[in-house]
Design a binder for this molecule. Structure first.
Ligand code: GLV
Length: 337
């Protein structure tokens, strides 16, 4: 039997590529950045599997270029970069990496909350820039408490729940909004209260975004909704940039509708060098890092590789977004290993 061929659009943490290479011929894009579109289309041609990242657009054009593809496995929990319906139509299995990055992402959400409320990035710059001239100032660089405040979790999926768990340790009141309300028992167990979006925005000291990017969530945090937030509140986003209208957020910060923000994701990444959000001291910025612990990224790499191997062995992958695909093409029809 021929060894399956795989294109990996980036080098990824161990043991991802090692696992794949044991059973498949793997072509790996070697540069630090993503492949250009033409390069992606050229290299995916004739491959059985694609290991991609959220920076690669997987659409009808790509799938038409590579009719041999059996599986697309994304090293991410978000899959808004993949046209899942087009994959399903063509019998292409789509894998992703939920669960293994939940805790790391929730940790980072708290890092941004603490950093923005307690001005950690600003304080670091203050010391490095030689501005720390008075030993201890009773009124120097005061921030806001995190403990005991109200956190509003927008999107109560895996990551939203992990954030709620941490909030309990900080003795916070925890309210959430989600298109699907949890049962009263589940709410009680998690220690959270459901709130309509408007109420959540009006009552939270920290509004943290954990919904996926989709038609329904694009621009969800817009001018009108930012105006509903408290003047002392912070907006935290570790989900997707598309959920927040950045022009409206810049206006909110400029005009003092909210106290600050902690942002890991943006409409356009990398963030353009002249972006208005770069000009605010009360905004903590990160380069899409929330899942970026060594442990989480390694687990994601392993899961992404195993999702490919499972499909090529004719087995269901551990995490896939389109179980309907089996109706278009059975697992026995894609089995190569
Ligand atoms: C990161 O943003 C992911 O979707 O895994």
């Amino acid at each position: 039997m021929n060894r399956p061929s795989v294109y990996a659009t980036r080098r990824i943490p161990s043991p991802g590529l090692e696992l794949l290479s044991e059973r498949c011929d793997v072509l790996v894009h070697q540069e630090e950045g993503p492949p250009r579109r033409e390069e992606l289309l050229q290299n995916v041609r004739g491959k059985d599997a694609l290991l991609c990242l959220l920076t690669d657009k997987i659409d009808a054009e790509l799938l038409d270029t590579a009719p041999t593809l059996k599986v697309v496995s994304s090293l991410s929990v978000g899959f808004d970069h993949v046209d899942v319906a087009e994959c399903t139509k063509r019998g292409v299995y789509v894998g992703y990496t939920p669960g293994v990055l939940t805790e790391a992402t929730a940790d980072f959400t708290f890092a941004l909350m603490l950093a923005s409320a307690r001005r950690v990035a600003e304080a670091d710059a203050y010391v490095r820039e030689g501005k720390w001239n008075i030993a201890w100032g009773p009124m120097m660089m005061l921030g806001e408490d995190v403990n005991g405040k109200t956190i509003g979790i927008l999107g109560m999926g895996r990551i939203g729940k992990a954030v709620a768990q941490r909030a309990k340790g900080f003795k916070m009141r925890c309210i959430y909004y989600d298109a699907f309300r949890a049962s009263p028992d589940a709410e009680k167990e998690m220690g959270v209260e459901y709130a309509p979006l408007e109420k959540l925005l009006a009552e939270s000291d920290f509004v943290t975004v954990h919904v996926p990017a989709a038609k329904e969530t694009t621009g969800m945090i817009n001018e009108e909704r930012l105006k509903m937030m408290k003047k002392t509140a912070f907006l935290i986003n570790t989900a997707r940039g598309a959920v927040v209208d950045e022009q409206a957020l810049a206006k909110a910060l400029r005009e003092g509708w909210i106290a600050g923000a902690g942002l890991d994701v943006f409409q356009k990444e990398p963030l353009p060098k002249d972006h208005p959000l770069l000009s605010f001291r009360n905004v903590v910025l990160a380069p899409h890092l929330a899942s970026g612990s060594k442990q989480a990224r390694s687990a994601m790499a392993e899961m992404a590789a195993r999702n490919i191997l499972s499909v090529l062995k004719g087995e269901r992958p551990s995490s896939w977004v389109n179980p309907d695909v089996e109706k278009t093409r059975s697992l026995s029809a894609v089995k190569m290993l």
